[in-house]
Structures are given as C-alpha cells and as structure tokens.
Design a protein around this ligand. Sequence first.
Ligand code: ADP
Length: 578
Amino acid sequence: MMNLKEMFQLSDRGASDLKKGIFACTLTNLSLMLSVVVTVQIFLEILKPLTGEDVSWNKMWMLFGAGVIAVVLHFFCCKNDYRKTYVSCYTAAEDSRIRIAELVRKFPMSVFNDKDLTELTTNMMGDCASIEHSLSHIVPPLMANAISCTLICICVMIFDWRMGLSIFCTLPLSFLIIFGSRKIQERGSRKQTEAKLKASEEEQEYLDGIRIIKSCHLDGEKFSQLNDALKVLKKQSIHMELGTSVFISAAQFVLQAGIGITVYVGVHLLTGGSITILPLLLSLVIVCRMYGPILTILTLLPMLFHTLVSTRRMRDLAGIPIMEGRTDVPFPDYTITFDHVDFAYNKEPVLKDVNTVIPEGRITALVGPSGSGKSTMSRLIARFWDVERGTVAIGGVDVKTLDPEYLMGMMSFAFQDVTLFGDTVWNNIKIGNPNATDEQVLAAAESACCNEFVKRLPDGYQTLLGENGSTLSGGERQRISIARALLKDAPVILLDEATASLDPENEVLIQSAISHLIQGKTVLVIAHRLRTIADADQILVLDNGEIIETGTHEQLMAQDGLYRRLYQIQAKSLEWAV
Ligand code: ADP
C-alpha cells in the first residue's frame, strides 16, 4: 500500500503536515459527536416520564452547560483544523510545485522533445492544482470521517450489536459500488484529462499564431479546430461527471436504505421485548447523524480517484532521470574537443564521427547548409543533450560528467531566439549576473550598444517589457542578450548569428557589441552570413553531420570546396540585393 507521501509526491514536511491536518480534522469530527452525546442525554432525560421517572432539572442544567462547552470545544477544534488543514496543506502544495519546477530544470532536453510543452505545462499547473485541492479539501476530511466513523461504529456495536448491525449493514455494499466502479471512473477522468490537454494545445496554438492566422485568413479553419477540441472537452466532462455521479447516487441510495432497516429491526426488537424505547430512539438519532459523514466519504472517494490520475502522471514525471554530475571539477583550460562524436535526436543520425578542436581564446566559426548540425554541436557543448558515442570535453573534462548548471556557469549564450522576461530592461540584463553592481550593469549595457535604444524607452532601463519583450525589435532583443552575456563574463561563448537580415545600423551595433563580448574568450559562432566571419581564427564546414573542411577563410577559399561555393552564392545574392 502506497503511503500518502509517495501518493501525492510530497516532501517530508508536506507528508507530516498532511498527517497533522488529518488528525485535526478527526478531532473536529469527534468534537461534533460530543454535542450528539449531550443531545442524546437530554433526550433520555426528557423522556423519563415515559418510564414513570421524574425529569432532573439539575441534570438538565448540567447537560445544557456541557452543550455550551461542546460548542466552544468544537469552535477551537475548527480553528485548529483550519490552521492545520488549509495552511499546512497549501504549504505542502507549494513545496510540491517548487519541487516539480526544480525537477523540470534538471530534465535533459530530450524530455522536452518527447513531451509536448503544453503537456508539461498542464502537468505542472493542472495536476498541481488538482493535488492542492485534494490535499486541502479531500484527503483530510475523507480520512478524518473514516477514522471517526470507525470509532463511532465500534461504540455503537458495544452499546447494542443488533442495532449496530442494522445501522451499518448497508455500508459494505455502498463501498463495493464505489470501489467496484473505480476503473470506469478513472477511465472517465483520463479521457477528460486528455481532452483538456488537447483543448489547451489548440488554445495555445490559436493564440500563439494569431498574427499568421489573421494574415493568412485561417480564422475559420483554426477556430473550428479549437471549437471541436472544446466540444470534445465538454462531452468528456459531462461523461465523466455522469459516470461518477451515477455510482455515487447508487451508493448513497443503498446506504440510506439502512434507515429503513434500522427502523424495521428496532421496532421488531421493541415489540419482541428485546429492547426498550430508549435504545431504539438513540439508534435513530445515531443513524441520522452518522450517515452524513459516510455520505461525505462516498462523495469524496470518487474525487480522490480523479486526483489519483493526476498524481500518477506526476509520479511518472518525477521518475524521469535527471541530468546530474560533478560541480567541483576545475578546468585546466577552456579548449573544447569533439572526439569521435555520434549523435541522433531520434533514430536519424545528425552528427557522424565528428572530431575537432575549438582552441581556447580563439574564434571558431561553424558554417554549413541549414540542417547540417551546427546548432546541434553547440547544444552538445552545453550538455543540452548527451552524446551517444565519443566525447565532448572542455579542458579535457568530459561534459557528460558535469552538473549541467555548473557547466552552464562556464558559458554565455547569445542566440537569435532571445528569451526576455516580463520585467524591466535592467533586470533582464542583470539576470546575466545577479550579483553585479549597478556600474557593471551599465557598463555591460553600454558595451552591448543598448544605451541608444533604452534612452528612447519611456522609463529608460526601468521600462517594463511586454511578455518576452514583444515591444522590442529583433536587433534590440539581441543586444540585451549580449549585454547579459557580457555581464556574466563566462570564458566560453556560444553565439548564434541572426539569420534574419537586420538593418545596416542594427547590424553595425550588434557587431560592435559582439566584438566587446568575445575578447579573449573561447568562441564558437554559428555563422549564417559568411562575410562576417572572414576574420575567424578557424572555420569548420559542416555538411550533413560531418566536418568536411577546416581552415581559415583564405585557406578555404583557396580550395574548391563547399565553403567557397557557399561564399560565392552569398556574394551573388548580396549583389542582387544591392
Ligand atoms: P543547423 O543548425 O545546421 O541548421 P541543426 O543542428 O539545428 O542544424 O539540425 C540538424 C538536424 O537535426 C536537422 O535535420 C534537424 O531537423 C534535426 N533537429 C534539430 N533539432 C531537433 C530536435 N530538437 N529534435 C529532432 N530533430 C532535430
């Protein structure tokens, strides 16, 4: 039997908090039973004239006082319950969310390849929300009701086992209905979750591509895809609710048949002289009071089954092996070597027996046709993926043995698809080195030629950028990413030159920013425009995953190879552009 910690992917603190929440909830339930006991006692006292005895008013006042104490006690139990259940359960849920986010950070990039990003987002947001709800609203009351009902059941059995049996005889059958239909309920939940995923995917695609959709008049087609996904979601949600509530209603109906059975058995025993009227009345009070919490259990159980679908997916996510490694390896130098490297994303080989050295403190350019494997080489250096055969090493240290975050500390990236956060320009630059002083941030921004456009922004460096910096031009975004990299001052720089042609002014500014960035560093630049890398110390020409030429611009131009052909094609296209 899986424990609560594993079931809900909780931290140690979360599991212990949840247990405290369950205990507090049980106390609240039992404190409620105190008022039932007092009510029954008052009942017995009032009915004394039936057996020819007198009502004791002293006892009645005492019972009244006990009732007030029971209410006060119940109030304090509720207060404690609220603090323990909600505060600690939401804290446990918060821990879970943070743990999942940390886990995702350590996933190999191949996970993001296999799993849709929407699926991951839904996993994190939807499943966390569903677990949060069950930790606060389902598990504690469910467990507490189960514990208090069992205790009360034992007491009733001791009081009069025949009445006890008649009260609880329908219980096993009603639970059998709920547990027996679990597979059907879970199937409904799974289908609904799949439909939710599909609908989120469609919604995201629709919103992300809204510009293209409008410009290409795809409104009708794309909207109908989204509409269809939402219709399926509606259908699956209704099926899921129906599939669950049918069984809940049936179980509740069966359980409540117990009231009739209790009355029948009670009256039968009373007329047979086996019991007096008082135990009968007491049993009727208990049957009415007890069925409430049991009905709650019958309703909460299917909700728990629904949540278990989410927790199972969460467990699968937590089971994905993360990338780990050493964090204490010193690098004697920052020369990067590829030694007999083979790599494939799926089955199709992308890099084939790559052998090369990217020397320290020099600029190495990677050129080749689109899809030849240039970006893949830079991703392998940063250990976004692990190679299948051969080694990628920095200063002789195999990157496979290093913790990805430690490795990342050695590198700065300036890619063309820059990610900017919905924060100020200043903070977007400071991400490069959160400990940098204001002077260092300003100097980096200046060297990266950001000053010129930041001055035009309404609040300068304190201007808030829209989501992913959508208010800035491509060149401006790239300059912010270069400022970030400058601030980080890492010894290895991986650059991906922009493919889209920038206006001449922007291009000059970016070139100037880059020249500041790469001074004295080990640089690998993925070049798309060959004239910009004519001064590189070394040029590697990749074709179809293999390095087919290596040399300086002059050496490669002297050969009649791919580099020369690519260079001539680009020179021609430049003439056309002019
Ligand atoms: P380049 O940078 O030279 O244009 P890439 O290294 O990006 O080439 O890609 C090399 C090959 O790997 C291409 O055929 C591309 O389709 C494939 N590829 C790139 N990224 C992925 C990925 N994440 N998953 C699967 N295949 C990929």
